[in-house]
Design a protein around this ligand. Structure first.
Ligand SMILES: [Fe+2]
Length: 247
């Protein structure tokens, strides 16, 4: 086995915790989603419930309790599945204070955090957000970057964000599509050219928004995207969990 072969996929963006956001609605559904993820080859999964400033969010203690319960349930049926806790944080001014005071969670207690924006955000807003998060000492991962209109086919702007300290996450589903699907082609290009640091399913349930992973990646691994997928799933995930810089 070569050093870079993938022992299992890591999904850094999911809504698997029950009853805390618009994701899973019950422990049963959560277990179905975790089993589906496992069958998709996932061995490390981050629960990232929405945190939206100014809305009623599940409190951190509550999240921790539910997370621990799900870990116990999963332990018996999927003993080699690693589950970590974080939030998908909707960016608003001053949200950094919520992170500092632990009302919003980073990924697995590291300095990495998954941050999302309004899909109609202007580039400058996203850029300033990246600056304010990195200046506070955190490492922002921009969730489903392909959704932001201001970044579509704008590699130069994406590079500006990366130079400012941002990492890019793309949803696996967005990579799937034939050659006529321009967005999928753009996402695959970003992946191939090393713009993408993390992949996530952004699963919300086990029907319409499933924990898709192998179905989206196995064919791509045999293409010019393969090397980057291996880097994401090995080096990048290891760096995140060890809270180190990604090369
Ligand atoms: Fe999400």
């Amino acid at each position: 086995m070569s050093m870079n072969s993938i022992a299992g996929y890591t999904d850094i963006h999911t809504h698997i915790l029950p009853g805390v956001d618009d994701g899973s609605s019950s422990v049963e559904e959560t277990m179905q989603m975790l089993t589906a993820a496992y069958d998709e080859g996932v061995r490390t999964i981050f629960a990232t419930p929405h945190y939206i400033p100014g809305r009623r969010n599940a409190g951190v203690e509550h999240l921790q309790e539910i997370y621990e319960r799900i870990c116990r349930e999963a332990e018996t049926v999927l003993p080699d599945l690693n589950i970590y806790l974080g939030n998908e944080i909707y960016y608003k001014d001053n949200v950094v204070n919520d992170i500092k005071s632990r009302r919003a969670l980073t990924l697995a207690g590291t300095d990495y955090l998954l941050v999302e924006f309004s899909t109609r955000s202007e580039f400058n807003k996203i850029f300033q957000a990246v600056r304010s998060v990195t200046e506070a000492g955190y490492r922002p991962i921009i969730a489903h970057m392909e959704r932001y209109g201001c970044l579509y086919k704008k590699e130069r702007l994406i590079e500006d964000l990366m130079d400012a300290g941002a990492y890019i996450q793309i949803n696996t589903e967005s990579l799937v599509g034939n050659f006529l699907d321009r967005q999928a082609a753009f996402c695959r290009k970003l992946l191939e050219e090393g713009y993408v640091s993390f992949l996530g399913s952004d699963c919300h349930d086990n029907s319409l928004r499933k924990p898709l992973m192998r179905q989206a990646l196995s064919k791509l691994e045999k293409t010019s995207c393969g090397e980057q997928i291996r880097k994401i799933m090995t080096e990048n995930v290891a760096a995140l969990l060890e809270n180190k810089w990604i090369r």
